[in-house]
Design a protein around this ligand. Sequence first.
Ligand code: ATP
Ligand code: MG
Length: 266
Amino acid sequence: MNPLIELKNVSKIYTIGRNIQVLALNNITLQFNVGEFVAVSGPSGSGKTTLLNLIGLIDVPTQGTITLDGNHISMNGLAQLHRLRLQNIGFIFQSFNLIPVLSAYENVEYPLLLTDLSASERKKRVEQVLAEVGLSELANHKPRELSGGQCQRVAIARALVNKPKIVLADEPTANLDSVTAQEILQLMAKLNQEENVTFIFSTHDPKVVQLARKIIQLRDGKVEQIVMQDNNTVENRKELQGDRPDQPVTKHHRQRGKTKSSANRH
Ligand SMILES: Nc1ncnc2c1ncn2[C@@H]1O[C@H](COP(=O)(O)OP(=O)(O)OP(=O)(O)O)[C@@H](O)[C@H]1O
Ligand SMILES: [Mg+2]
C-alpha cells in the first residue's frame, strides 16, 4: 500500500531580504500511513512548524518532492494545492482560531459552507462531530463562553467536519493547562482510532509527546530520530524503529545528509 504522505529529500530554505538564507528543513525523507498518530518534537527553531506547513500544503518545499494520497504536489498548481487541502486536510491551531461572533455550532459548520452539502446534511454532520467531541450541550455557546479546553474541542470538531484524511495540529496544547492538554490529546487519540484519521501534531511538552505512537524528533531541520511506541504509555515504550512501520522494531533511525552548516555553504 502506498503511504498517505511521502516526503522525499525535502528541504526548505527561507530567504530573508537579499542575502540571508535559513535552512529550516534539511533533506528530510518521511512517510506517513493512514491512521497514524504522530508527534513532531524538537527544540524551538528545529523545523516543526515548517514541516507541518509543507504537509498541510500551506507552503511548498525549496527542494524535494511531496506526494499526498498519490498526488504529486507541484509548485505550479496553486488551484490544485487548494483543492487537495480542502479535500484532505483539517487544521487545529495553538490559539484555537475560532470566530468569536459565531457559536460553537456555527464555527464547526463554517468549513462546510464551502462545500456542496445541503443545509440538512450540514446539520447532521455538525451535530455528529460535536457529539464526538462531547460538546452537544454547548453548541450554542460562543467561544468567550467556553473554557480553553472546550474551545480546542470546537476546533477539533471543525477540523474533522469535512472528513479529512489528515488532521494537522501545530502545538495544539500549548495554551492549555497540563491536565486539559492531556485530555485533548486523549480525545485526539480516540478520534484517531475510531475514525482512522491520521493525526500529526507538534509539541514541546514531554508528557504530550509520550501519548503519540510515533515520535519524529527534529533537530536543526533534520530528523534526529524516530521513536515508535506500541501504545500510549511510557511503560510500554518500545525500541526505536526505522521510518517504515511495517519493518521489525530494531534500532535508532538517523537520517543522513549534509549538516546544516555544510549545506549552507553551497
Ligand atoms: N517565514 C520565515 N522566514 C524566515 N525564516 C523562518 C520563517 N519561518 C521559520 N523560519 C526559520 O526556520 C527555522 C525553523 O522554524 P520553525 O518555525 O519551523 O521551527 P519550530 O520548530 O516550529 O519552532 P518553535 O518551537 O519555536 O515553534 C527557524 O530557524 C526559523 O527562524
Ligand atoms: Mg513552531
